[in-house]
Write a protein that binds this ligand. Sequence first.
Ligand code: C5P
Length: 231
Amino acid sequence: MSEDSPVIAIDGPSGSGKGVITHKLAAHLGFHILDSGALYRLIGLAAKKHAISFDDEAALAEQARVLTVRFEPTGDAEEPLRILLEGVDVTLELRTDEAGVDASRVAPLPGVRDGIGELQRSFKQPPGLVADGRDMGTVVFTDATVKIYLTASAQARAERRYNQLKDKDIGVNLHDLFQSIQARDERDMNRKVAPLKPAEDAHVIDSTEIDIDEVFRQVLTIVKEKLGSKP
Ligand code: C5P
């Protein structure tokens, strides 16, 4: 079965380049994409929309179970997916730092994580899936064909995020972003449920000193080796 739908798990902290690598790899292989971070961001956004308190785990878990989301291809390499929450386009809203911080507040709750478990696994369809997140290789797809863990220093990641958000005209400040990234790392790595860490069988790539094209080259070499002649 996994032969028909291999999963490539790409995990790592915020700003490590997972998103770009996931999209490039999926385009190269013709695979589907799971942006699991977007699902946690959507739960945070839906909670605010429905006035659900971030302290109310039962209501947040229910919100996760009934999440009504659609991912539509845009044909635009810069922003390849349009994300609709309950029929409304929230693509830009989801990319804000506030949405990321809200996501990292709902993500530690076991009920929330369980609530979207099935939804996440349903993305595994032929011809294959590239899954981007924090626990793709350690929890959701433990039998993934390839596991990659991307990382970089917090300073390098803050600078990349700054440039991305600035290009999208989303108001940001580098120092605030650096602090927010550090706080988010702290929460993601030290939580009890599905903490951010490399899977034992993950290939770890540190991109602090290398550019995204070189990261992609390294990832592709690993993937080709594992998938054999398929790519
Ligand atoms: O990847 P992204 O920045 O969109 O993720 C937002 C937040 O969602 C992360 O900081 C993390 O707290 C949470 N997350 C998670 N597990 C995933 C993906 C994201 O806990 N698989």
